[in-house]
Each structure stands twice: as structure tokens, then as C-alpha cells.
Ligand binder design. Structure first.
Ligand code: AMP
Ligand code: MG
Length: 391
């Protein structure tokens, strides 16, 4: 049995970032930038109006001033207009500021009288003007290598004229759920059988990481079937096998992998739940064997599979986000393994929720955060702890 830290380090040493590729921004959501990106254009690109109103010379304007409307400047075209003293130009949101104008007076703050407006307010220089470059300067870094490409960052890239982006490779993962007891979602259960809930759990977690689910299949606890399933699934970069990695006679994953020539780098990690976790390599495929108990599969996915996938996809931050929380109960870990408690983080407080056993899927479904308690570690109610968030 190796420590969780050593297991994670070993996995992260083994996996390598996949080759980057240039893709359309339409496909780039949730991928990771493979290079730094810098602003090609300032934002805003030109001084423009923040309001529908009138472009004015600020010193011309006091409450009661009268200005002559000499033209109109809509958005989308630059009519190259100029304002002189005593004049104003009708302007619309996003329209380029006419030369000579310092400010925009909102249309709500004027009274229009034919070709003349009467100003009903004081006006400051730059009021309702969005100045060129005030948001973003040319050359400023807009996206760092390894940053996740969020919807907002895609919008920023487009604002800079990019239509493509170079991203880290896309990890493709196959899932095999092993177990004679498993029945597919929605099908009829026979006595002694259970539904394969891990498959959808793992597919969802993979998708959340930005990986592609190449295939998801069931396999009985039978060496021949398992061999065939593994051989075919190992064409992908990643294979996740659920169940069958423990020590019983029906746990055939490790022996089958060895028979196929796989190198097993890790088997059994000091983590609770999730001890029988397995990691190895079969040809160029990284194989993760997750214990079949749903909570164990969940915890080992987040602690070992997720960071490996993120590294392969070129992410710079491989950790789950953490948040400080006030513990509402006393806790001690007197086991010989690091314990991941499932709990509820609400209004800054964290409390363990549901049965803390590896089969307890309902409890897991009620939780939204994990607290790692090291071997021998104790916390008192009221203490601030760092919890991991996965949603
Ligand atoms: P195993 O790791 O194969 O020894 O399985 C441990 C426990 O997890 C057993 O109670 C299995 O029935 C259960 N289990 C295994 N695979 C799944 C699955 N895909 N979905 C839900 N439970 C499972
Ligand atoms: Mg099994």
C-alpha cells in the first residue's frame, strides 16, 4: 500500500500532455490554452458612447444651457463628425465619439426643442464615455498557457479577432464497468442484481473534466470477456475499469491486465474510501482501476484520474478548488488511511452528511464537498478547514 501523495506523484509523472492542436473557438469551450494569448486590440477599440444621448463639450454644459444639434452619430459607422462650442451631436450607445466632444449627456437629462437641446444637468468631462483601452490594453495577457477556456474567455478571444485557438489535446477515455451483478440503467433487474450506477457517474465526471467518453460498456466477471473488453478499450489514451480490482476470486482486472502485458504501477493506496485503487499502463493506454463501491469510485476518480486527465489536456491547475469552511462537528481519523469525508458545505459551514461508508450512494448524492482528514488528525467543531469542491 502506498501513500496517496506518492500515488498521485507516480501517476502525474507517468502521464504526459497530449500534443496541442489548433481548433475553432466553437469547439474550444472547457479545453485548455496551449500557449499564452495577448491582446491584439485595445478594449474598447475607440472612444465611444455609453448611452443614447448627446455628445457635448463639457464646459458648454450647465443646467439650462442650449446647444444646437448639428448631426447624428449612430453605432457601426464613423461619420467623422466634429463638435464646436454651442453644438452637440445626437449619439447612440457604442457609437464613436465625435472629435471635440468630451462627454455624453443622457437623453433623459435633456429637453429637445427642434434642432436645439436644453441641458438639465451638470456634465463632467468623460461622463458616459468609454475610453479606448480602459478595459484592456494592447499587448496585455488575456489567457495563460494551461488556463481553462471558459465561455467568458472565448468571448474575449473573439473580441480580439481570434477565430481559432491552440489548445491541449483531447483525452479520450473508455469505461468498463465490471460485475456479474450489474444491470444497465432502466433494464429489468433480476434477484441479486443492481444497477450499474458507476458508469453514468464516471461518464459525467469525465465530461466535467473536458475529456471525451470514447465508450462505456459492461463486462461480466469472466476472464475471457474481460480480456476482450480491455484489449478493445485500450486503444484509447485512458481506460477506466470500475470494480474487480479487489482481492476476491471474482476480481479479475489485475490478473487480466498482467496477462495482457500491462505494467501495474500502483495497487492499493492509503486512502479511505478507495484502497484497492489500481494504476498501470497497457501499451500507450493509462489504466485506472477504480473500486466498484460508488463512493470509492467517486473519490479515487477525483483524486487520481481527474488530475491525470487535466495534465494530459494541458491544464496548469490540477487540483480541485478549495474553500475554507467552519466545521460543525468534532472529527478524528484514527484509521491508517487518509479519510475523505463527504459533507455539505452551506453558508460557510461544513458538516459530514449521510453514511460515511463506501457503498452509501445516497449520502454521496446529498454532499457537495469533501474534507480530507489525514491519519491521526483531529478537528474540533468551530475550526476552519479547507474543503474540496467538485461542482
Ligand atoms: P468490486 O469492487 O467489484 O468488488 O465491487 C464492490 C461493490 O461495488 C460491490 O458491492 C458491487 O456490487 C458494487 N459495484 C461494483 N460495480 C458497480 C457499479 N458499476 N455500479 C454500482 N455498484 C457497483
Ligand atoms: Mg465486482
Amino acid at each position: 500500500m502506498i501513500s496517496e501523495t506518492d500515488a498521485r506523484a507516480k501517476i502525474l509523472e507517468a502521464v504526459r500532455p497530449l500534443p496541442p492542436r489548433k481548433i475553432s473557438i466553437l469547439q474550444a469551450l472547457d479545453r485548455f490554452a496551449a500557449e499564452d494569448y495577448f491582446a491584439r486590440l485595445p478594449l474598447p477599440m475607440f472612444n465611444n458612447s455609453a448611452m443614447d444621448g448627446y455628445a457635448v463639450i463639457a464646459s458648454d454644459c450647465k443646467s439650462g444651457s442650449r446647444l444646437r444639434v448639428i448631426g447624428e452619430q449612430p453605432a457601426g459607422v464613423d461619420r467623422k463628425l466634429r463638435v464646436s462650442n454651442g453644438e452637440t451631436i445626437r449619439i447612440f450607445t457604442g457609437a464613436p465619439m465625435p472629435a471635440g466632444a468630451h462627454a455624453v449627456v443622457m437623453q433623459e437629462d435633456v429637453t429637445r426643442d427642434g434642432d436645439v437641446i436644453v441641458i438639465n444637468t451638470d456634465v463632467d468631462v468623460d461622463e458616459f464615455v468609454r475610453k479606448r483601452g480602459c478595459d484592456l490594453g494592447e499587448g496585455q495577457k488575456i489567457l495563460g498557457k494551461g488556463d481553462r477556456i471558459l465561455a467568458t474567455r472565448l468571448a474575449l478571444l473573439v473580441s480580439q479577432g481570434f477565430a481559432d485557438v491552440v489548445v491541449g489535446g483531447e483525452a479520450r477515455a473508455a469505461i468498463i464497468s465490471t460485475g456479474d451483478e450489474l444491470t444497465k440503467a432502466g433494464e429489468k433487474l433480476r434477484p441479486g442484481q443492481i444497477y450499474d450506477s458507476n458508469s453514468i457517474l464516471l461518464q459525467s465526471l469525465l465530461t466535467r473534466c473536458g475529456a471525451v467518453v470514447a465508450s462505456a460498456e459492461n463486462c461480466s466477471d469472466d476472464a475471457d470477456s474481460l480480456r476482450k473488453s480491455i484489449q478493445s478499450a485500450a486503444k484509447n489514451e485512458i481506460l477506466i475499469v470500475s470494480g474487480g480490482v479487489s482481492v476476491g476470486e471474482h476480481d479479475l482486472v489485475q490478473s487480466t491486465l498482467r496477462e495482457l502485458g500491462a505494467k501495474i504501477d500502483i495497487w492499493r493506496v492509503a486512502i479511505k474510501p478507495g484502497k484497492p485503487f489500481l494504476f498501470g499502463q497497457l501499451g500507450r493506454c493509462f489504466v485506472f482501476g477504480l473500486p466498484g463501491n460508488p463512493v470509492s469510485a467517486f473519490v479515487t476518480f477525483l483524486q487520481f484520474v481527474r488530475p491525470a486527465i487535466l495534465k494530459m489536456m494541458g491544464a496548469s491547475d490540477l487540483d480541485l478548488p478549495k474553500m475554507p469552511a467552519k466545521l460543525t462537528v468534532d472529527l478524528t481519523n484514527d484509521s491508517d488511511r487518509a479519510h475523505y469525508l463527504r459533507g455539505k458545505l452551506e453558508n460557510g459551514n461544513f458538516a459530514p452528511i449521510g453514511r460515511q461508508e463506501s457503498h452509501a450512494l445516497f449520502g454521496l448524492s446529498q454532499s457537495n464537498a469533501l474534507l480530507r482528514v489525514e491519519t491521526g488528525e483531529s478537528f474540533k467543531a468551530g475550526e476552519t478547514v479547507q474543503v474540496q469542491i467538485w461542482e
